[in-house]
Design a protein around this ligand. Structure first.
Ligand SMILES: NC(=O)c1ccc[n+]([C@@H]2O[C@H](COP(=O)([O-])OP(=O)(O)OC[C@H]3O[C@@H](n4cnc5c(N)ncnc54)[C@H](OP(=O)(O)O)[C@@H]3O)[C@@H](O)[C@H]2O)c1
Length: 258
């Protein structure tokens, strides 16, 4: 909620419900100063906690599946960490777009959650051979796009899941940074494409930020993407939040309440 604005600020004013993603560090606070240019108004019908849970993760899902690779109905795609914050939003959205979703997760409990959110095929990464299963599911063809936020542990496996000319979207490092590699591997594995995108680039202009946020709020209001917040913590427990996230103990988005 906006408390006050500077003299030259237009577009937002005291009492407006607003949200933002990224921006300068300092979000673990009860109130803060922010440039108005990064704020988006939260529309009616979207609760404060829902907005908090989806601004970064929902806009990330939007650019990944609507812009980095515009997923088409009937395509089969692989999404790692499918029961994660970005993952659960992306799986539901992909399903609504008419895609077949293969998701990886770290446990049976997360597999159940991923299936309930649109994953057609779930691979348990801690005990199954991901590339082998993807080839089985796709009749040996591989997928046109892999969305990989796990990074170090899955990078080479992800390349092996792609069909020729496929695209690896490496958008995170949950398991550590990808080890430097010889780009010749992209030719050997089928003239593959690789991108390492970030939300900041995709929302760098005001027009892109507004269009991205609007699409996220639209799919929520239309019920295509449902956001269940399973983990809410007091802000004072921020350290525990980080330990649980790092320990792979969380499902979906986490919200901290000041
Ligand atoms: N590039 C961008 O624009 C952008 C924007 C937002 C977020 N991100 C990145 O996207 C990723 C997902 O973000 P999120 O907030 O939605 O997190 P998250 O998916 O809720 O949590 C990370 C998940 O990664 C999986 N994982 C696999 N190996 C892991 C390991 N060694 N250590 C920890 N986790 C591991 C775990 O799921 P399983 O146990 O099921 O494997 C874990 O729950 C993060 O890496 C984040 O930095 C990137």
């Amino acid at each position: 909620m906006v408390e006050a604005v500077g003299p030259d600020v237009t577009g937002v004013g005291p009492g407006d419900r607003v949200a933002y993603a990224g921006g300068p560090p300092g979000s673990y606070a009860e109130s803060r100063l922010l440039p108005a240019a990064i704020l988006v108004k939260i529309p009616d019908g979207v609760a404060d906690q829902t907005a908090a849970a989806v601004m970064l993760k929902g806009m990330t899902a939007q650019y990944l599946i609507r812009r980095t690779h515009r997923v088409q109905p009937g395509e089969t795609v692989l999404f790692h960490a499918a029961a994660g914050g970005v993952g659960l939003i992306a799986c539901q959205w992909l399903k609504a777009l008419g895609a077949t979703v293969i998701g990886t997760v770290g446990s049976d409990e997360k597999a159940t959650v991923a299936r309930a959110h649109g994953c057609d095929h779930v691979i348990i990464s801690t005990r199954e051979d991901i590339a082998k299963r993807v080839k089985e599911i796709t009749g040996g063809a591989g997928v046109p796009v892999v969305y990989d936020s796990v990074g170090k542990d899955t990078f080479l496996t992800s390349l092996d899941c792609l069909r020729p000319l496929g695209l690896l979207v490496s958008f995170g490092n949950s398991s550590g940074k990808v080890t430097p590699f010889d780009i010749g591997i992209l030719s050997q594995k089928g003239s593959l494409y690789l991108t390492r995108p970030t939300l900041a680039t995709y929302t760098a202009t005001r027009a892109d930020l507004e269009a991205t946020a609007r699409e996220v709020f639209d799919v929520i209001r239309e019920g295509k993407v449902k956001v269940e917040i399973r983990h809410t913590y007091p802000l004072a427990d921020a350290e525990k939040v980080h330990r649980d996230l790092e320990g792979r103990r969380t499902v979906g988005s986490i919200v901290m309440i000041p």
